[in-house]
Design a protein around this ligand. Structure first.
Ligand SMILES: Nc1nc2c(ncn2[C@@H]2O[C@H](COP(=O)(O)OP(=O)(O)OP(=O)(O)O)[C@@H](O)[C@H]2O)c(=O)[nH]1
Ligand SMILES: [Mg+2]
Ligand SMILES: [Zn+2]
Length: 365
């Protein structure tokens, strides 16, 4: 992001602010859209200026952490200066499971219309990762697209395109190159008005290079990939919302290797539509699509309508999501009983205090 932030702060409506949000925010003096979050602070584009607001959500009265793309109100705190006030309900939310043992979500971008799932043609296709990325993209509520970058680096990309068409039914796939300009016009055409598009994919595949291309200038830093294994250097480290000079808004994200799913049952169904249509026809509602009698999914597999690999991956992801549901409900139960134990302890303590008081009085008399 350039130092001169004023270049990047169009008026509120170009940032996607709607009349509905006007109603929601009421007479809040300052409102805007989060362009970046860093530890404890958010950069908020308020239409005309960019301000840094503290984002301690303990104080903001909401229980969610603000994310890039959120529409917010900003309040003036006497002690802390500008602070995030309220966060508007998200229309869409691109989230993954945060890395770590305890299940929790990490929102990568809020209120996006499209998600560009990007893969670099300079490296082998990883179908499992791509399917995971598609699950989180579908789950967000936005429309996923697959972009194959660096088309100039390979002689034939048709094979990769065909493979992806097979594993991403109903998802538009496009090979692009920022070197030759291939298909960039078609990408540019998608950015109109306040349409917001998030870019996700591994480090080094050219997300920030595409942002610069669309911006007609250098707004994001880019980095070389390591020649030996094509690994990127994690050049982008924050999730950045960038309004484009010709309209539309792009959200650039740091490269992610681990794509953990976060409560994504509907995203899973949309990523594997050929399996999802068969599921309701299984004889048993709790069919695990292995060897149960009357399993429509196995039937479709035998008819060649579902691939063995896809089915295996679907089941694996389904099991991962089921386990997450169990863990979350366990956590909720434990928290509930902890709360109850705390409350009981408070009542007990209160009782003891009262009875002590009573005894004390008795003695004095
Ligand atoms: N040949 C070729 N190289 C490209 C293309 N697009 C990007 N690159 C190169 O790929 C490298 C990585 O590009 P970046 O834009 O930094 O990648 P990124 O996806 O933003 O990476 P992170 O920020 O680390 O997640 C740079 O050396 C770019 O010049 C392309 O279309 N063709
Ligand atoms: Mg980058
Ligand atoms: Zn079945």
């Amino acid at each position: 992001m350039p130092d001169d932030l004023s270049l990047l702060t169009p008026d509120l409506s170009s940032l996607g602010w709607s009349s509905k949000l006007d109603q929601w925010s009421g007479d809040a003096p300052t409102k805007g859209r989060i362009a970046r979050t860093t530890r404890g602070y958010c950069l908020v584009f308020t239409g005309g200026e960019a301000i840094l607001a503290a984002s301690s959500f303990v104080r903001t009265g909401t229980d969610i952490a603000p994310s890039t793309g959120d529409f917010v109100t900003v309040i003036q705190d006497e002690e802390n200066g500008p602070m995030i006030g309220q966060i508007a309900e998200r229309q869409t939310s691109l989230a993954r499971r945060a890395p770590g043992r305890v299940p929790s979500p990490q929102v990568l971008a809020a209120n996006v219309d499209d998600v560009f799932v990007m893969h670099g043609l300079d490296r082998p296709l990883n179908l499992r990762r791509l399917e995971r990325q598609l699950v989180i993209a579908w789950e967000s509520g936005a429309t996923p697209f697959v972009l194959l970058t660096k088309a100039d680096e390979v002689r034939h990309h048709e094979e990769a395109e065909e493979t992806i068409e097979r594993i991403a039914p109903g998802v538009e796939t496009l090979a692009i190159s920022t070197v030759t300009g291939q298909n960039l016009e078609r990408i540019r055409d998608r950015f109109t008005g306040s349409r917001t598009i998030a870019l996700i994919g591994l480090s080094g595949i050219g997300k920030s290079t595409l942002v610069n291309e669309l911006s007609d200038g250098v707004v994001q830093r880019t980095g070389e990939v390591r020649a030996s294994d094509r690994r990127g250097r994690h050049t982008t480290v924050t999730r950045d919302l960038i309004p484009l000079p010709t309209g539309g808004i792009v959200i650039d994200t740091p490269g992610i290797r681990e794509v953990g799913l976060w409560q994504a049952h509907s995203g899973l169904a949309k990523t594997f539509p050929e399996i999802d249509v068969a599921v309701p026809h299984c004889k048993f509602a709790n069919c695990d699509h292995s060897a149960e009698p009357g399993c429509a999914v196995q039937g479709a597999r035998m008819d060649g309508l579902i691939s063995e690999r896809r089915l295996a991956h679907y089941k694996e992801l389904q099991a991962e999501l089921d386990l997450q549901d169990e863990q979350l409900s366990d956590f909720a139960k434990r928290a509930e009983s902890r709360d109850k134990a705390d409350a009981d302890r408070r009542v007990d303590g209160e009782r003891r205090r009262k009875s002590k008081k009573g005894k004390g009085r008795g003695k004095r008399r």
